[in-house]
Design a protein around this ligand. Structure first.
Ligand SMILES: [Zn+2]
Length: 406
């Protein structure tokens, strides 16, 4: 019979209910079999107790948006200028990477995620190379194969290659979905094809939406992003600019639905937020990437007031200094002080899991869920200050894994 281990700590933070002082989490094999005070949990013969001391035990974090294969681009992109400067440098540096580089990048990125307490990851991949790596790690994952393409003439070839790779990846990785890069790199025809694939497969479509004001200009047929796309031969001459905001454009294409995971949502107006609150797509914010690229801050408080569940992502090391969801939480606290720390912790855990349809397995400390648990050292002696301490000290906290190797 598998032994049950009781993990005791000064605080247990189940996320789905208030913190438990002096509580324990019972783990049998790789599953949580209980959480509560000593009186709530019965220690059976043969069970053991591990006392972790002055720490808070939490569910491991969910990084709902990153690109592991870009992990070697840290400090290799231009991040002090405009969004287009950054994108231009990213495309240039990515073109230099070979097969070996991509594999090394994915392994490094996964290692960084693990060290930052990430138990569930949504990886956006253009090559599909991460499937093998993701299968070997304890980190649970959704792999989104990402489509890019604006030129209608190239659509048949682009789609044939995409279908072939997608079919291979679905066999390799049980949770393989599709992503369409963005309104400025994906044609309406390609959006429609990719949407149909997600409707018939893993039912979430991930899209970067409203990341920069350059994207809004692009949809009005002007600006440096429009010029860059023409330079890259991404577009033929027949395109009519939709003259809509990125959020309105997604809605016009029929893509602003509950099954779309909208990533970024920085450049959104109040009327866009109203539309989002009606359509209620999934939302993933990446505030530190936005900060690094100087594209603005997402309107966290306004989205929150509409009751829209927010998940968090780091985006890639091409636009972030690390892959820490805890630091994303700290950033959210800085830009949205009205949102309570316990809500911010939900963003980095259960909301992320729900955004990826994984909330039944991960994202909170509940009986039956996977024992994907981490600990953070804390000094708080009251539940009122505990979450504040965790979120506000996010830049400094040391993270350890419970019940799993580092
Ligand atoms: Zn991204």
């Amino acid at each position: 019979m598998t032994q049950t281990v009781f993990h005791r700590a000064r605080w247990i933070c189940p996320v789905n209910r208030p913190p438990i002082e002096g509580g324990m989490v019972a783990v049998t094999g790789s599953r949580i079999t209980g959480a509560g005070t000593k009186n709530d949990l019965k220690e059976a013969d043969g069970s053991s107790v591990v006392d972790h001391g002055d720490v808070a035990i939490l569910p491991a974090f969910t990084n709902a948006h990153t690109h592991l294969e870009l992990s070697l681009l840290e400090n290799r992109t231009t991040t002090g200028g405009s969004f287009v400067d950054w994108l231009r440098s990213l495309l240039c540096e990515r073109d230099k990477l070979n097969h070996k580089d991509f594999n090394h990048a994915i392994a490094c990125g996964l290692d960084i995620c693990r060290k930052n307490g990430t138990g569930l990851i949504a990886d956006i991949s253009n090559t599909g190379r991460s499937a093998d790596h993701l299968n070997k790690t304890l980190t649970k994952s959704v792999l989104f194969l990402e489509a890019i393409g604006l030129d209608p003439e190239k659509l048949p070839v682009c789609l044939a290659e995409f279908h072939a790779l997608y079919d291979r990846l679905k066999i390799k990785h049980p949770f393989t979905g599709v992503a369409a890069h963005s309104p400025y790199t994906v044609s309406p025809e390609l959006f429609s094809e990719i949407h149909a694939l997600s409707a018939n497969g893993f039912p979430i479509l991930s899209v970067h939406v409203a990341e920069s004001d350059n994207e809004s200009e692009f949809l009005a047929g002007k600006g440096p992003l429009y010029d860059l796309m023409r330079e890259r031969n991404f577009r033929d001459g027949d395109w009519t600019p939709p003259m809509k905001s990125p959020v309105q454009y997604m809605d016009m294409l029929g893509l602003l639905t509950r099954d779309t995971l909208c990533v970024h949502l920085v450049q959104v107006s109040d009327s866009d937020i109203e539309l989002l609150s009606q359509r209620r797509p999934r939302i993933c914010l990446c505030p530190r990437s936005n900060q690094k690229l100087r594209v603005g801050n997402p309107p966290v408080e306004k989205l929150f007031r509409k009751g829209l569940p927010i998940a968090l992502g780091t985006d890639s090391l091409a636009s972030n200094d690390d892959l820490s969801i805890l630091k994303e939480m700290a950033r959210i606290r800085e830009i949205a002080p009205v949102v309570s720390p316990d809500e911010i912790i939900r963003m980095g855990t259960i909301n992320g899991a729900a955004a990826l349809n994984m909330e039944k397995q991960l994202g909170s400390i509940e009986e039956g869920k996977e024992a994907s648990l981490i600990s953070l050292s804390v000094t708080s002696s009251s539940s009122g200050t505990l979450y504040e301490e965790i979120v506000c000290d996010g830049y400094r906290k040391e993270i350890k894994w419970i019940n799993q190797p580092q």
